[in-house]
Design a binder for this molecule. Structure first.
Ligand code: URP
Ligand code: ZN
Ligand code: ZN
Length: 502
């Protein structure tokens, strides 16, 4: 097919950053695919040129964790697949990974199709899906297999909290881990002990603590750490790789990092919220302000936690960054004005993740631009098996690119953000690093502060099973660690007789 000038783009004079190297190079794109990376490129006449001098040219961000228009706690997340993905692009994220979550008893495949029917006509950027496992029987296991083999799903999220709705007990958790291993999928966990949360919640409400601080008090750090540890042990016992979503606390992060040191195949995902702000906001005098930060697991009321999590990202103990973007406006949060358990859980982040991580990671001197690319894009592409189509600037990769101005600043505010939600948990934060241009599928969708996104422009990206980055070690490990029978002569001495009383 002949390419028209419209389908050709040259990003000129920038510094290309991948997770493992930086080089001064131009990037030439045709029909949404990177065709050349280098200097003195020969490009056809009429090619559109984006001047990138003084800019970093990086793979577009991959947000590993969003919930656009999630039906949750009696309402729907206010950012849908259109406003949410448009906002993602504005901030330099060119792909999101959302969650199709069936209700207990509901078919996983039907939930998958429902999410596809919501997302496909609306998404402005590419997306993939994880699928929730909220109940267990053999049919669920078969559906997981079908989703993996026929529908491009390679990750399943199990909930250890949300008792009475989505929570799995340990038996069902173990069954789901075994099935993930069987089909080459990645098991994900929401790691909080839902039974303890239920117990604590009743006590707090009895004491008259009904405000948003009760949310945090009902689920302190060790409740997250305990579940994280339990999930690691269960997954490791059945040889299943594990991915801990929304790592919110130092102690949960320590569990992930210690288990990695013990040889477990486990990955950890802090989010923009846990890296960029903290849980002192739950104690804010303004109810609306405090409620706006309610999410699970909660932010920790300790201003050192974000720095600690960033250090763990920097040294590779944690790997990816999502947002858990699940937004509810004031009138929705107000469902819980007299009872914190009714405040819809969720915060923003999809638009600001890249800037927040640049600010807290690179500007603070904890990570370099290559590591920034690793934790905002490449590691996710590798773990979820879509690398190097995504997560790399290289010939043959998708032309999902952010032209990053590391010097420009902006102040984050709900007044100026693209998201539909009426609050921003990063309000007032001045960040360096702005996506001056965002290229999605080879099209310039952000330039000079304008977002020109079109609903339905994004595509569903299937994630193939048996990701080599995740499963590469699993087979070898199974062989090496297989229990071995000891050959010995049978015991031929006396054996006591058991009576029936003991
Ligand atoms: O508060 C949160 N995290 N809301 C979204 C659902 C989830 O658990 O990820
Ligand atoms: Zn969760
Ligand atoms: Zn979530």
């Amino acid at each position: 097919m002949a390419t028209s000038a419209q389908n050709r783009l040259l990003i000129k004079g920038g510094r290309v950053v991948n997770d493992d190297m930086m080089q001064d190079a131009d990037v030439y794109i045709e029909d949404g695919i990177i065709k050349q990376v280098g200097t003195n490129l020969h490009t056809p006449g009429g090619t559109r040129v984006v001047e990138a001098k003084g800019h970093l040219v990086m793979p577009g961000g991959i947000d590993t964790h969003t919930h656009m228009q999630l039906p949750f706690m009696g309402t729907f997340a206010v950012d849908d697949f259109y406003t949410g993905t448009r906002a993602a692009l504005a901030g330099g994220t060119t792909m999101i990974m959302d969650f199709a979550i069936p209700q207990k008893g509901e078919s996983l495949v039907e939930a998958y199709h429902r999410w596809r029917s919501w997302a496909d006509p609306k998404v402005c950027c590419d997306y993939a899906l994880h699928v929730g496992v909220t109940w267990w029987c053999d049919k669920v296991g078969k559906e997981m297999e079908e989703l993996t083999e026929e529908h491009g799903i390679n990750s399943f999220k199990m909930f250890m909290a949300y008792k009475d709705t989505w929570q799995l007990d340990d038996h069902d958790l173990l069954e789901s881990f075994k099935q993930c291993k069987e089909i080459g999928a990645l098991a994900q966990v929401h790691a909080e002990n839902g039974d303890i949360i239920k117990e604590n919640t009743a006590k707090l409400l009895d004491m008259g603590i009904t405000g948003p601080e009760g949310h945090e008090l009902s689920r302190p750090e060790e409740v997250e750490a305990e579940a994280t540890n339990r999930a690691c042990v269960l997954a490791n016992q059945v040889g299943c790789p594990l991915y801990v979503v929304h790592v919110m606390s130092k102690s949960a992060a320590d569990v992930v990092s210690n288990k990695r040191r013990q040889g477990h195949i486990v990955f950890g995902e802090p989010i923009a919220a846990s890296l960029g702000t903290d849980g002192t906001h739950y104690y804010h005098k303004c109810w609306r302000h405090a409620a706006a930060h309610v999410m699970g697991p909660p932010l920790r009321p300790d201003c050192e936690t974000p720095k600690y999590l960033m250090d763990l990202l920097a040294n590779g103990d944690l790997q990816t960054t999502g947002t858990d973007n699940c937004t509810f406006s004031a009138s929705q949060k107000a469902l819980g004005k007299d009872d914190f358990t009714k405040i819809p859980n969720g915060v923003n982040g999809v638009e600001d993740r890249m800037s927040v991580i640049w600010e807290k990671g690179v500007v603070s001197g904890k990570i370099d631009p290559c590591k920034f690319v690793a934790v905002t894009s490449t590691n996710a592409a590798k773990i979820f098996n879509i690398y190097p189509k995504k997560g790399r600037i290289a010939v043959g990769s998708d032309a999902d690119i952010v032209v990053w101005n590391p010097h420009a600043t902006r102040t984050i505010s709900a007044k100026t953000h693209y998201q539909a939600v009426d609050f921003n948990i990063f309000e007032g934060m001045e960040v360096h690093g702005i996506a001056d241009y965002v290229i999605c599928h080879g099209r310039v969708v952000v330039e000079e502060g304008n977002v020109r996104a079109v609903s339905g422009m994004g595509k569903f990206v299937p994630t193939p099973s048996h990701s080599p980055y995740v499963y590469g070690r699993v087979q070898e490990r199974d062989i090496a660690n297989a229990p071995k029978k000891v050959d010995r002569a049978p015991y031929d001495g006396p054996v006591i007789q058991l009576n029936n009383q003991g």
